[in-house]
Design a protein around this ligand. Structure first.
Ligand code: PEP
Ligand code: MN
Length: 368
């Protein structure tokens, strides 16, 4: 499936001269001094293309700092006048959209909590009808690709063609070293079905801490994402929101300096030749794997008929345990990751069960 979005290239609405594309600024605009000082230092690094700042903040519990509100738009305007950096804010209601547009904000983004709610996204989309402004849509809080796509479609249907996505990770019950699990496969799936849609990675919200930000930033670039949104504060230790995941402008500059930029293609013919040879080996192996899986499924079908005719259950836990144990042992001797092997076996096993179920519940043709 390919997504049918009506979009224009990123380079037509943003100066993409600086690579990688960096969107940075504080999680929240707190005071005029804090915003202006951060903006000036970020601009001075020469590495930042867009200044971000949260003006209206979605907070989990009431009573916490919920954003400075509309006054922050004036500070942002001043920051833009003084630094030349285009500005970006999060909008979550029609009123936010109206105020941000009136305040001269250059780019809007839809936050993760809003993307998860189609009513909210539709309200934002309706407020954007007839407006020509770039909009970035963060992934929803929960790992649901359809919700992310749905939000992009709603905004696009409102006539927004300067569109992009932000990958900020997903909430997960399991506690890991990330604040929000990257679940890269969801961003990769989005990229696969909408190859022209720019995707910016947000390492700050994925990591929830400064330490992991370089690792996630590099990985995002290696996956050919179009840019990074990283929170930066003049003094992160006293930030009113998301203190642990913001970098000083100097640390941000150092991080960007250390990133390795790779291209989607090479212009070296020797590399291209070697890559083509290796890819043809992969093609052969993939063909062999699929052929073998086909052969395996034929035997599964025979077993299914055999079990049906002898009234034996499809699932035999002891056999499954034995398969997992033997195969993972073999796989680890070949340096294959255990998790990967188990997932692969489960996939094959589930398909085998589905096939056998089909066979069990189909009346034998002899009765006809
Ligand atoms: C933010 O960018 O500060 C923010 C609130 O992000 P998210 O919607 O990803 O939680
Ligand atoms: Mn934040």
């Amino acid at each position: 499936m390919k997504l049918n979005l009506n979009i224009v290239p990123l380079s037509s609405w943003l100066n993409t001269g600086k690579e990688p594309l960096i969107i940075s600024g504080p999680c929240s605009a707190e005071t005029e001094e804090q915003l202006l000082a951060t903006a000036h230092l970020l601009a001075a690094t020469g590495k930042v293309s867009v200044l971000r700042a949260g003006i209206w903040k979605p907070r989990t519990r009431p009573g916490e700092f919920e954003g400075i509100g509309s006054i922050g738009l004036e500070w942002l305007k001043r920051a833009k006048e003084e630094t030349g950096l285009p500005t970006a804010v999060e909008v979550a209601t029609a009123k936010h959209v109206e105020e941000a547009l009136a305040g001269g904000v250059d780019i809007l983004w839809v936050g993760a909590r809003s993307t998860a709610n189609p009513f909210t996204v539709q309200e934002i989309a309706d407020a954007l009808k007839g407006v020509d402004i770039p909009v970035l849509v963060k992934n929803p809080i929960n790992p649901d690709l359809a919700l992310w796509i749905g939000a992009l479609e709603r905004i696009n249907n409102a006539g927004i063609t300067k569109l992009g996505a932000i990958h900020r990770g997903f909430s997960s019950y399991e506690k890991t070293s990330f604040r929000n699990e990257p679940m890269w496969d969801l961003a990769i799936q989005l990229k696969t079905i909408a190859p022209d849609l720019p995707i910016v990675n947000d390492p700050s919200h994925i990591c929830g801490n400064r330490e992991l930000i370089p690792y996630i930033s590099q990985k995002a670039l290696d996956l050919d994402m179009q840019g990074l949104m990283i929170e930066s504060h003049i003094d992160p230790s006293v930030a009113w929101t998301d203190a642990k995941q913001q970098l000083t402008p100097a640390a941000l500059a150092e991080l960007v300096e250390r990133l390795t930029l790779r291209k989607a293609d090479s212009d070296n013919p020797v590399f291209d030749d070697q890559l083509a040879t290796l890819r043809s080996e992969i093609d052969k192996l993939d063909t062999a794997i699929i052929q073998k899986i086909g052969e395996r499924m034929k035997i599964v079908e025979k077993i299914g008929e055999f079990k049906r005719d002898n009234n034996v259950t499809i699932l035999q836990v002891s056999r499954w345990d034995e398969i997992v144990e033997k195969r993972t042992g073999m796989a680890s001797a070949l340096s294959l990751d255990k998790d990967f092997t188990v997932k692969f076996l489960e996939l094959v096993h589930n398909e085998s069960i589905r096939k056998q179920n089909e066979i069990m519940n189909k009346k034998p043709s002899v009765e006809a």
